[in-house]
Design a binder for this molecule. Structure first.
Ligand code: SF4
Length: 330
C-alpha cells in the first residue's frame, strides 16, 4: 500500500433535477483510497452508495444531473477528461464488479467473446488466440476446472455462482489499480456471497489492486476492509479504520447500524433503525439523520461539524464537538 491517494474525492455533490423538485443525493462527500488499500463504504439501502460509485466512474446520464466537487485519480481531475479518456481509464485502471452478475454479462454473447473483448480492450495488440488463452488461464486460476466448457457457454447456461466468478475474473484480468465492488454476490445465496468475497480478496491481493467495497452488511466489511466510511443519506457521517469503528462507533447512525445486526449484538435482540432514509427532494436541513436520531436537538437543524478525532478518524455530529482536541492531542 502506498501513502499517496489513488482516488481522492472532495466535496462531491450530486443533484437530480426532477419533475418533483431537486433531489440532492450526494452531499459534500469526501473520501480517498490509497494504492493497494481495501476500503468499505457502508450504509443502508438508499443511502447513496451505489450512485456515488456511478458518479466516480462517470456512468450517470448527463441529462438533468448536476455534479460539483472534485474527483481525482493519481491527482488528475476526472471531470477534466473527455468521455473517451474516462472510458479508457474504466477499461484499464479502474474496473467495477456489480451486484448482479447476470446484469453485468451480455446474454447474447458467449463468455469467450466477452472475456476476449475485455482482454483486448486492455491490451489492443493482443491477438484473438492469445486473448483466448489468457481467458482460459484466468478461469483456471479461479478454480474453474472446465474453462473450455465455460468459455463456450452463454451466461444463461451457467449458474449464478459461476457467472459471478467470470465477472470477477473479467474485472481483474487486465490488472487494474482500483476495483469498485458494489455489493458483489448479494443477489446470490449466502454461500456464494461468501465464496465471492474470498475470491475477490485473493485476486485483488494477488493483483495488488485497491478495492472500494460498497456494502450494507457489517460482517462483510469487518472481514474484508481495512478502513471504512459510513454513509447516511448521501453524507459521510463517520470514518476510521475498521478496528476503530467496530470497537468504538461514534455516530448515532453507526451505532444504530450495529444494533440492527443480530450477530454483532452479543445475544441482544437486533433493533431496527426507526424511520426511513429521507426523500432526497425534501432532505432534512442540517444533520440529515436528525429526524431518526434519539439525541437530536434544535442545534442539529444546522449542518454539524465534521470533527477530527485522530488521524483518519472523523465523525460528523455535535455530540463530539468538544472531544476533538483531546482525541488528537490527548
Ligand atoms: Fe444526532 Fe444531532 Fe449528532 Fe445528527 S448531529 S447525529 S441529529 S446528535
Amino acid at each position: 500500500m502506498t501513502d499517496a491517494p489513488l482516488l481522492q474525492v472532495e466535496d462531491l455533490n450530486l443533484k437530480f433535477h426532477l419533475y418533483e423538485g431537486v433531489s440532492h443525493v450526494l452531499n459534500g462527500v469526501a473520501m480517498h483510497v490509497r494504492g493497494g488499500e481495501r476500503v468499505a463504504l457502508v450504509g443502508e439501502s438508499g443511502c447513496g452508495k451505489s450512485v456515488f460509485v456511478r458518479t466516480v466512474l462517470g456512468l450517470l446520464a448527463r441529462r438533468n444531473v448536476e455534479v460539483s466537487g472534485r474527483i481525482r485519480y493519481h491527482g488528475e481531475d476526472l471531470f477534466g477528461l473527455s468521455d473517451g479518456q474516462r472510458r479508457e481509464l474504466r477499461g484499464r485502471k479502474i474496473t467495477m464488479i456489480f451486484q448482479d452478475p447476470s446484469a453485468a454479462l451480455n446474454p447474447v454473447f458467449t463468455i469467450a467473446q466477452q472475456m476476449t473483448e475485455v482482454i483486448r480492450r486492455g491490451n489492443p495488440s493482443c491477438r484473438s488466440a492469445e486473448a483466448l488463452d489468457i481467458a482460459r488461464q484466468s478461469l483456471l486460476q479461479v478454480a474453474i476446472d472446465e474453462p473450455d466448457r465455460v468459455l463456450k457457454s452463454y451466461p444463461f447456461q451457467l449458474s449464478g455462482g459461476m457467472n459471478q466468478r467470470v465477472v470477477i475474473t473479467m474485472a481483474l484480468v487486465n490488472r487494474p489499480e482500483l476495483v469498485l465492488a458494489d455489493e458483489p454476490g448479494t443477489s446470490l445465496d449466502v454461500t456464494v456471497q461468501e465464496q465471492t468475497l474470498q475470491l475477490m480478496t485473493r485476486l485483488t491481493h494477488d493483483a495488488g489492486a485497491a478495492v472500494l467495497l460498497i456494502a450494507h452488511n457489517l460482517g462483510v466489511v469487518r472481514e474484508f476492509a481495512e478502513r471504512v466510511y459510513v454513509m447516511y443519506a448521501g453524507t459521510v457521517v463517520e470514518e476510521g479504520t475498521v478496528e476503530e469503528v467496530f470497537r468504538d462507533p461514534l455516530h448515532p447512525y453507526t451505532k444504530a447500524l450495529f444494533e440492527a445486526v443480530p450477530r454483532l449484538t452479543g445475544g441482544a435482540m437486533p433493533r431496527a433503525i426507526e424511520g426511513m432514509v429521507p426523500d432526497y427532494t425534501r432532505a432534512p436541513e442540517g444533520c440529515r439523520f436528525h429526524p431518526r436520531c434519539p439525541h437530536a436537538t434544535e442545534r442539529c437543524k444546522v449542518p454539524p461539524p465534521n470533527v477530527t478525532m485522530g488521524p483518519g478518524r472523523r465523525v460528523r455530529c455535535i455530540l463530539h464537538e468538544g472531544e476533538a482536541e483531546e482525541a488528537v492531542h490527548g
